[in-house]
Design a protein around this ligand. Structure first.
Ligand code: GTP
Ligand code: MG
Length: 196
């Protein structure tokens, strides 16, 4: 087990709730129901750390989690995709999310989760383009690997890479929160990117 310690620190609705220190933060983004909370729990081997979808789309808060006593923080973002998308990319996300992603010095990496079973949606595409626009380092994590048939694995990875037009510098890791396949690989990738 790579994560020896994990703890919920706080939720924050805006900048006044952010933590003032130099600990690097990894932001988790993805459509509602993609498995963000499940992944946080799988990664930390802590079933109760992040709440698994009760009412998707209700939360507007960022949730901060300490990993290994200050090694880094995971920041769980509200799922997108439930809100109506209107023309401008920016408006897909709340002002709070924009402010966090555009100004937070602690933000060192974004883990973007996509469902391996489906072609990325317009929302996924908007998010990925937004991250590229702000030159944020990204690791794409494909969830629900356990739901794919053997012959779909390569095919769906290609579909996702092609649809998002993934840059070679962006990692792509296929995981299952159910059987925990490749979950620790994401931890290793995070540490590599953060140089911790
Ligand atoms: P929001 O908080 O609404 O944004 O959703 P979320 O992205 O946090 O999704 P959550 O972790 O709550 O998971 C949504 C549903 O998908 C739950 O029923 C999970 O049990 C299921 N799920 C998550 N990951 C996996 C996976 O890897 N495999 C399978 N089979 N189911 C998964
Ligand atoms: Mg969640």
């Amino acid at each position: 087990q790579k994560v020896k310690w994990s703890e919920f620190i706080k939720s924050a609705a805006g900048i006044e709730g952010w933590i003032d220190d130099d600990i690097p933060e990894v932001l988790f983004v993805g459509r509602s129901n993609v498995g963000k909370s499940s992944f946080i729990n799988a990664l930390t081997n802590n079933k109760k750390l992040a709440k698994i979808s009760s009412t998707p789309g209700k939360t507007r808060l960022l949730n901060f989690f300490d990993i290994n006593k200050g090694l880094f923080r995971i920041v769980d973002a509200p799922g997108y995709g439930y809100a109506k998308v209107n023309g401008k990319m920016k408006e897909q996300f709340s002002d709070m999310m924009n402010q966090y992603m555009e100004t937070r010095p602690n933000l060192k990496l974004v883990v973007m989760l996509v469902d391996l079973r489906h072609k990325p949606t317009t929302d996924d595409l908007g998010m990925y383009k937004y991250l590229k626009y702000y030159q944020l380092p990204v690791v794409v994590v494909g969830t629900k690997l356990d739901k794919l048939k053997q012959n779909e694995i390569k095919k769906n990875e290609k579909m996702i890479r092609d649809t998002l037009e993934l840059k070679p510098s962006d990692g792509f890791i296929k995981i299952s929160n159910t059987d925990k396949r490749n979950v620790n690989e994401v931890y290793d990738e995070i540490c590599k990117r953060l140089e911790v």
